[in-house]
Design a protein around this ligand. Structure first.
Ligand SMILES: *[C@@H]1O[C@H](CO)[C@@H](O)[C@H](O)[C@H]1NC(C)=O
Length: 170
């Protein structure tokens, strides 16, 4: 039995033997492609799940500023822009040869020192020197009495710094 896979060539229909097609579909390359697709699917699933767990937050414009050659696929082939954003990914169809639906960059975070002295979490030991404290990456403020002077910073999302925090100055 012979199979035709192209019918639009008129007189010169190309024919391939089924054995040949079976062989090509199990070539190492084909297997690698299958694996790749599986990998991509499971990564997509994981991303989708973690997005669900976080409560879907659409990526910011800033997070979607990824140069085309560094875009990694998110979603499934042919996903719509709306569907893509819905699962927390970025959509940009301006460069045809790279994924249109791609993973956003991680959110930028910054370290801040809490301003309320009574929420301080001790990071040092009594009598710690400012230098020693800041070398540990902690905040140092030598007031008031009765609370730690060397204390842990918090990590907050960039552009979302609460009022009661101030940037860590090291
Ligand atoms: C899409 O990507 C191109 C190439 O990086 C960029 O110049 C363009 O601003 C992007 N468009 C949007 C809407 O972000």
């Amino acid at each position: 039995m012979e199979q035709c896979y192209q019918t639009s060539l008129g007189k010169h229909k190309e024919r391939i033997k089924p054995a040949a097609s079976r062989e090509s579909s199990t070539s190492p390359l084909a297997r690698a492609m299958d694996l790749k697709v599986l990998c991509a699917l499971s990564v997509t699933l994981l991303v989708a799940l973690s997005t669900l767990a976080e409560g879907i937050a659409p990526p910011t414009k800033c997070q979607c500023k990824v140069v085309p050659r560094e875009r990694t696929n998110c979603g499934y082939p042919g996903i719509s822009a709306a569907e893509c954003r819905k699962i927390g990914c970025c959509f940009n169809a301006s460069v045809p040869s790279v994924p249109w639906c791609y993973n956003p960059k991680p959110k930028k975070v910054r370290k801040v020192c809490p301003n309320d002295p009574y929420t301080r979490i001790n990071c040092g030991h009594p009598g710690i020197k400012p230098r020693e404290c800041t070398r540990k990456g902690c905040c140092f403020r030598a007031h008031p009495a009765g609370v730690p002077w060397c204390f842990y910073h918090r990590v907050v999302e960039e552009g979302n710094v609460p009022q009661e925090m101030s940037p860590v100055s090291l």
